[in-house]
Design a protein around this ligand. Structure first.
Ligand SMILES: Nc1ncnc2c1ncn2[C@@H]1O[C@H](COP(=O)(O)OP(=O)(O)OP(=O)(O)O)[C@@H](O)[C@H]1O
Length: 965
């Protein structure tokens, strides 16, 4: 039966997009099928059938459903009128699909079609469209069936797909059913539209190999596929009762393979083999098919290749001895090898394996496999060739093999490994097993450690890791910087204490008390001064084992103070402790004993006075999160409110005029957003540049301030509206830059002074923001970007650059006047946290600060030195889990627990991990539970006692440190 293709539909369309037409009714039809499954003839009216056929077969421009409907209707009517033919004739497609397929050389291509598969017991979930592979001829077959053409020659249908598609229901049915384990499956014809056919690109070769024409004899089949008969046998392996279930799985595999456009050979094999077996029970199977199936089944049964291998191709080899004895490269290539090299390899492999297997007692139970492997005909090539991988997969898939052999520890393979020790012996031992045609040199079997060594190494590594875990502090254990600092905190802290004791001027709380503020301002370079304030270490930090690593030297007569960071690190051997000292120069440094008054007097007051005298002043807080920026800024604001008005009063008296103070308070969130904090409505503020070089905050509320209290109240209100969030470091971490701008204008508005107080959001390192939400991480990135931009601007200013890149961020745009005007004063106060875990943060802040001031050239890194372990880490206070075997014995002797049976491997860590039951079994000969319980409790009690002592020690050390100051 031929179908005529309309002339105007070019074949190229098929090539370019053979699946162009999409049936919008596919889903609807699918559910209709499910509904009407019991009576499939219900929806096979001629018009419906025609519509479906036209919608599915006519290739070309995609038609709307309405067009398709009209087309179908018209063609149906025309056929009836013109030909006066029967329904069957009228609905026959008008082109020769087989011819077209041949022309397009697509006959052997595999298509995948979505079919509605529903089982009797199917739940709603399983009623989904599945894909099964089909050939062009399958399609033709189905279309012919659709057309009720009983005279379709079944020979044109491939065996495999025929198996799948032969109906159990009446031939005229619009849906095809076939049996499966879960019941009968229905495949709906209406889903046979081009859009549902997906060509599997790599399938041609697969189909060439696997499809066996049902009309051909088995020998023809073998010759046409170019494979030995045994490979044809592959297509009907696995004939057990699990076929139906496997079929479902197999279909899914094929489906996935089709989706990936790389259907795997194994998947196809599996599916077809199962499919054919499934159909073996069907009465409607053609005699030719049955004959072929029988032949291939016989061939399969006589095949020496294990079914396990045929049904699942070899995968990556597990840990077995390297039986290939070839070069490592050869073994790795394994599958990629040519057929020839595989044959050679098989020769060696099978015989060598057999020889060694016979010698090994442990593998005796597997003799039957080994013999089978050796019996395998050497001529088997390609897929049938034996390789190490294959043998391993054979081991895997054969259930009768003792699985303990594979999972046995590496020691169980020691015997064959030792055999390879001497090359001469190796040659001798193998010469009688192999032909000696090659030179002895080429036959010397090198002990290829491909699997052995990799497994040995892996095991050694695991042992090392386990050791490291159990060894505790004294063992070689890899720790990150922060953990190591806490772990060895006592030793490091003691070393720092000793250093401070040698240099009593460090952290001596002098804090420039005898130096007036102007002196520090005199140190400023180009109006930019940088200062450091170290916050005190908190109790909770001490409790967790943290210690103070920042020392301040502010007693020097030089032009700058020094902030010393004691960087405590571990040597790569994780045993030696290294102390590195870095000296950072800053304009002024304040230790943890400094007061807000000190900060104001030395740093802020000169700038406030400058602003009151119509100057441009900016105070900016910089530093990591939780280091005291807001704390310091609050102190400055409090004092500024009074100091500013005081300064202005003096000026007003002199000038007999009155200054007005206006205030604007905005926050900068991210790199662009600017919000007014003096207004409850969150108005977006625009930062506008004026021609005179000043900056206007358009839309921001300008509040006129007349008293210090008004100023403080307004500041508090604005701060209350500031975006804060609880972080790991700070319960109320500021997530925005707060900018408070005070403008002092003279009565005639000729003179103008500006004081800008900026409390930056905390700079964060990756570790701090690692656990943040994506929003927070973006925020952190923007904060850091704006700070980086500020740094660039200040550098450019210090370098007297003609162009300051202030447009880099909103923060720098607001600070434009400060950055551009030479008489402007800028004080950056860097806050640092003293704890050891924040060493990197602190160093980064200090580096940035001194870089801004242009004094980073004076940063001095002292030579690293090894820290001598302090005796304070008293051995008496080591916890039980850190005890050695000897320490444990001593302890048990002290406690008169002489009945405990300890082996060398039992140390403190091992015992602390044991439960009472384990102690009873492993440590007491009489298995006395009470004794085990006593020991268990004794160790726990001792652990608590020592823990408490350690804590007390630490506290006394801290007190001691404070006393030294
Ligand atoms: N010099 C100090 N003396 C006593 N406590 C301080 C000092 N500096 C900071 N603190 C305390 O440290 C905590 C964190 O300080 P603060 O909120 O000022 O940090 P921050 O740098 O502004 O953090 P963020 O950038 O996350 O807003 C506060 O509880 C504060 O009281």
């Amino acid at each position: 039966m031929f179908i005529r293709m309309p002339k105007q539909k070019s074949k190229f369309r098929i090539l370019r997009n053979p699946f162009k037409i999409k049936s919008k009714n596919a889903d609807k039809n699918h559910y209709q099928t499910l509904k009407k499954k019991s009576n499939p003839d219900m929806h096979t009216s001629p018009s419906q059938k025609n519509r479906r056929l036209l919608g599915s077969i006519v290739l070309g421009r995609r038609k709307t459903s309405l067009e398709k409907y009209h087309d179908a209707k018209n063609s149906s009517e025309n056929n009836k009128e013109n030909n006066g033919s029967t329904d069957q004739e009228s609905s026959s497609p008008e082109f020769d699909l087989e011819e077209q397929s041949l022309k397009l050389n697509m006959k052997s291509a595999v298509f995948t079609t979505k079919v509605a598969l529903t089982s009797n017991r199917a739940t709603e979930r399983s009623k989904e469209l599945r894909k099964i592979p089909m050939t062009c001829s399958d399609l033709q077959y189905l279309l012919n069936r659709e057309n009720n053409s009983a005279d379709v020659p079944p020979t044109s249908v491939s065996t495999a797909s025929n198996d799948l598609l032969s109906p159990t229901s009446a031939a005229s049915s619009s849906s095809t059913s076939f049996r499966g384990r879960r019941g009968s499956y229905t495949m709906k014809y209406s889903s046979l539209t081009e859009k549902n056919f997906i060509k599997v690109p790599s399938a041609k070769t697969i189909s060439d190999r696997l499809y066996v024409p049902s009309s051909a004899s088995s020998s023809e089949c073998a010759s046409s596929t170019g494979l030995p008969l045994s490979s044809g046998a592959e297509s009907c392996s696995n004939t057990d009762d699990n076929n139906a279930a496997d079929f479902c799985r197999g279909s899914r595999n094929v489906n996935r393979g089709g989706d990936r456009a790389g259907a795997r050979k194994g998947d196809f094999t599996r599916k077809y083999s199962v499919g054919s077996a499934l159909y073996g029970r069907d009465a409607s199977l053609s005699p030719e098919t049955i004959q072929i199936m029988e032949e291939v089944e016989n061939a399969y049964m006589s095949s020496p290749i294990p079914s396990g291998y045929l049904s699942s191709p070899p995968k990556k080899s597990p840990a077995i001895p390297d039986i290939s004895m070839g070069r490592r490269r050869d073994a790795e290539r394994g599958k990629r090898h040519s057929a020839k090299s595989n044959v050679r390899k098989m020769n060696i492999d099978a015989s060598s394996l057999l020889a060694r297997v016979k010698k090994s007692d442990e593998l005796k139970s597997n003799h039957d496999i080994s013999l089978r492997l050796c019996d395998a005909p050497i001529k088997n090539v390609g897929r049938n060739a034996l390789t190490a991988d294959m043998i391993s997969s054979n081991r895997k898939t054969n259930d009768h093999i003792d699985r303990t052999t594979l999972s046995a520890p590496i020691e169980s393979f020691e015997e064959p490994h030792l055999e390879w020790k001497s090359p001469a012996d190796r040659y001798q031992s193998s010469s009688d097993e192999r032909s000696s045609t090659r030179s002895p040199r080429s036959q010397v079997l090198r002990p290829n450690p491909l699997h052995w060594q990799s497994n040995g190494r892996k095991q050694q590594r695991n042992l090392r890791l386990r050791d490291a875990k159990t060894k505790g502090v004294d063992g070689r254990q890899n720790l990150d910087k922060r953990t190591a600092r806490l772990r060895f905190g006592d030793t490091f802290a003691n070393d720092i204490l000793q250093h401070r004791a040698k240099c009593p001027h460090l952290n001596d709380a002098s804090n420039h008390s005898d130096i007036v503020g102007s002196v520090i301002q005199d140190r400023a370079m180009n109006g930019v001064s940088v200062a450091i304030r170290k916050r005190p270490i908190f109790d909770y930090e001490i409790d967790r084992g943290d210690f103070d690593i920042v020392s301040i030297n502010n007693t020097t007569e030089s032009s700058h103070d020094v902030c010393i960071v004691h960087n405590c690190v571990m040597h790569p051997d994780m045993k030696q402790m290294i102390m590195k000292l870095t000296n950072f120069p800053v304009t002024a440094a304040f230790d943890e004993h400094c007061l807000d008054d000190d900060i104001y007097r030395h740093l802020a007051e000169p700038l406030v006075n400058n602003a009151a005298n119509d100057g441009i002043s900016t105070i900016l807080m910089y530093g990591q999160t939780g280091c005291g920026k807001s704390f310091t800024m609050s102190g400055i604001e409090l004092r500024t409110a009074r100091g500013l008005f005081r300064a202005m009063q003096g000026i007003d008296k002199q000038a007999s005029g009155k200054h007005t103070v206006t205030m604007q308070f905005v926050e900068l969130c991210g790199s662009k957003e600017c919000r007014d904090l003096l207004s409850s409505s969150s108005v977006d503020v625009k930062v506008l540049d004026s021609n005179d070089g000043s900056v206007q905050l358009a839309n921001a509320t300008s509040l006129e301030i007349s008293t210090p209290d008004d100023l403080l109240k307004a500041i508090n209100v604005a701060k209350g509206r500031r975006a804060t969030e609880a972080t790991d470091k700070n319960g109320v971490s500021s997530r925005s830059h707060a900018v408070c701008q005070l403008q002092m204008k003279s009565a005639d508005e000729r003179n103008r002074g500006v004081l800008t107080l900026i409390d930056c959001a905390g700079s964060e390192r990756r570790h701090d923001s690692m656990y943040h939400s994506s929003e927070r991480q973006r925020e952190s990135a923007e904060i850091n970007a704006s700070l980086w931009s500020l740094k660039e601007c200040i550098r450019a200013r210090a370098n007297k650059s003609t162009r300051i890149p202030y447009r880099g961020s909103t923060l720098t745009r607001i600070l434009r006047e400060t950055l551009e005007r030479d008489d402007a004063k800028l004080c950056i106060i860097g806050c640092v946290a003293p704890n050891a875990t924040d060493t990197e943060h602190t160093m980064e802040t200090l580096k940035t600060i001194s870089g801004i001031a242009g004094i980073d050239v004076n940063i001095v890194e002292e030579k690293a030195r090894t820290v001598i372990r302090s005796e304070i880490q008293s051995k008496t206070h080591t916890l039980p889990k850190q005890w050695s075997h000897e320490h444990l014995l001593k302890f048990l002797a002290q406690k008169k627990m002489n009945t405990v049976k300890l082996s060398q491997k039992h140390d403190g860590a091992a015992l602390m991990k044991m439960s009472i039951a384990q102690m009873k079994v492993h440590l007491f000969d009489d298995r006395n539970k009470d004794k085990a319980k006593d020991l268990f409790n004794l160790l726990r009690k001792e652990n608590d006692r020592l823990n408490k002592l350690q804590r007390e020690d630490r506290m006394s050390m801290v007190k001691e440190r404070k006393g030294i100051r």
